[in-house]
Design a binder for this molecule. Structure first.
Ligand SMILES: Cc1ncc(COP(=O)(O)O)c(C=O)c1O
Length: 512
């Protein structure tokens, strides 16, 4: 194959079709994959990325966390490059990972009230931190209290990661409703505790509404019954921890390891630490508790294994990048970023209050704002579509229990500027006016009735495809430009049916 042909084949997703021909050739020149080839590949990556939401600029208000500071990406990329190939699986072979992890964990423990003896683990993200908190509690309950059919007490607002953990690790979730302020009540938590409870979870703050549960009261209730209490500060811990160091701003509610009864806490660095993705810290009150979640195995013919996380082979890149970014921004930088975000959230909340047809759900304690409609003529999902057309991504959150359909806005450093928030509010007012003209997305009542009679577990792939087509999702998983009608249908379906149908859509996307 000549070089040009090779370049285009590599840059083409259909390159695999060349594999057989190449395998027959005795003189494959793999060194000949030149800079030109690399450039073509990177061009293709750039073209693919152009179809994504932007990760900088502050207009994507979910999934991405942009400090808005120059040079961070470059620093993180160089840190990742410096440890490329390092395998954190074996800390004796690569002691650099021990030093980096100890320094990152120490930084988190110092910020978040860790008493002397606090131990921690660097994980790949919030979900892995939550999974490990649950696994640790399950093992702790089994070994120290003989609990064999463990339960986990979860406010209904707890992140889905805890349900995933319960599912994977065989715990029964016991969900507790929240009040009108979207915070769970300590008495309701107390009533949900049984001798089988392995863990109680509180959010600081919750993802959906951005409010902090009454951590001190919940931890006290748990401690009284000898039960562990985990604070999920994945999204808000780094922000709130630094906000309370800012002069002249209201103190956030107590939420960290300094609160008596809190036994573990998760905080994501790839959120308000503004580090590249794949970075979270799980803190435990001490190493004795932490050890219950570790896996050690020496009963096989290979190398002895000690895993603190779910991974085996473990990249050092996210750790090194997080370590570098944390040092580069520093405490002073994070305090200033938190101060800016706090002021931006106040401006946003006040501004939304002035937009006819919108209201903020609850009273956000942190940097997340949930915006619902207070006019039946305004459909939040239509507002999301309208904002998308204007270059903003606001995340639709379907109605659940006492929480109406709403839009989730994550405020990061990149958008935390009075002029930018002013611009966002102006476009939001415009989008609401347009949504009123368009009218709410409607759902065929016949479809809802039909769906109510379906047994999700018995649904064949063909029936699932029919149900999706009725919901407006075409074959091949193609999503329409306007998502409001699809979201309206999904919202109207029973959750178990949605849980059956959504993987079907995703499976169609990953069809080869
Ligand atoms: C409160 C909370 N917990 C856990 C998670 C899961 O984190 P990740 O997406 O990093 O796995 C999130 C993500 O937004 C979150 O907000």
């Amino acid at each position: 194959m000549d070089r040009d042909a090779q370049t285009s084949a590599l840059a083409d997703t259909d390159a695999d079709t060349n594999t057989d021909a190449d395998a027959d050739a005795a003189d494959i020149d793999i060194e000949a994959r030149t800079d030109a080839t690399a450039a073509a590949l990177l061009d293709r990556l750039a073209a693919l990325r152009a179809t994504d939401l932007p990760v900088h600029g502050g207009r994507t208000m979910a999934y991405v966390y942009d400090a808005g500071l120059p040079g961070l990406d470059e620093l993180a990329a160089r840190a990742q490059e410096a440890v490329a190939g390092v395998n954190g699986l074996d800390m004796t072979a690569f002691p650099s990972v021990v030093t980096l992890e100890n320094e990152v964990v120490a930084r988190a423990a110092d910020l978040l009230g860790g008493p002397p003896g606090t131990a921690g683990t660097f994980t790949s993200g919030g979900t892995e931190s939550c999974l490990l908190a649950v696994l640790t509690a399950r093992e702790h309950a089994r070994r120290t209290r003989g609990v064999t059919a463990p339960e986990i007490v979860l406010p209904v607002t707890a992140h889905a990661a805890f349900h995933k953990a319960a599912h994977l690790f065989g715990l029964t979730p016991v969900t507790v409703p929240v009040g009108a302020d979207f915070r769970v009540g300590p008495d309701d938590v107390a009533a949900a505790l049984t001798p089988r409870t392995a863990l109680v979870v509180a959010s600081a703050p919750s993802y959906a509404h951005g409010v902090v549960d009454p951590v001190a009261a919940i931890a006290a209730v748990a401690a009284e019954r000898g039960v562990l209490c985990h604070v999920d500060a994945c999204i808000g811990g780094w922000y709130l921890g630094h906000l309370r160091l800012a002069q002249g701003l209201p103190e956030p509610p107590p939420f960290d390891l300094s609160v008596p009864g809190v036994t573990s806490l998760s905080v994501d660095l790839h959120k308000y630490g503004y580090t590249p993705k794949g970075a979270s810290v799980l803190l435990f009150r001490d190493a004795e508790l932490r050890r219950h979640g570790w896996f050690a195995h020496a009963s096989w013919p290979g190398y002895p294994v000690v895993n603190a996380t779910l991974q085996g082979t473990k990249p050092a890149g996210p750790l090194a990048a997080a370590w570098a970014v944390l040092s580069r921004i520093g405490t002073v930088g994070y305090v200033e970023l938190s101060r800016r975000v706090h002021l931006a959230v106040r401006q946003l909340v006040d501004g939304i209050g002035e937009i006819d047809g919108l209201r903020v759900l609850g009273e956000p304690d942190a940097s997340l704002v949930a915006v619902a409609a207070d006019d039946p003529g305004v459909d939040p999902f239509v507002v999301a579509d309208e904002m998308r057309l204007r270059g903003w991504y606001l995340q639709p959150q379907p109605a659940h229990g006492t929480s109406p359909a709403n839009l989730h806005l994550t405020v990061t450093g990149a958008v935390a500027d009075p002029a930018r928030i002013g611009g966002l509010l102006a476009e939001l007012a415009d989008a609401v006016a347009r949504a009123r003209e368009v009218g709410p997305a409607t759902v065929d009542p016949g479809l809802v009735e039909l769906a109510a009679g379906l047994d999700p577990d018995a649904l064949t792939p063909e029936e699932a495809a029919l149900a999706l087509a009725a919901a407006g999702v075409g074959p091949g998983g193609a999503l329409p430009a306007r998502m409001a009608p699809v979201l309206a249908v999904l919202q109207a379906l029973p959750a178990p049916l949605t849980e059956r149908l959504l993987p079907e859509v995703v499976s169609q996307l990953y069809s080869r």
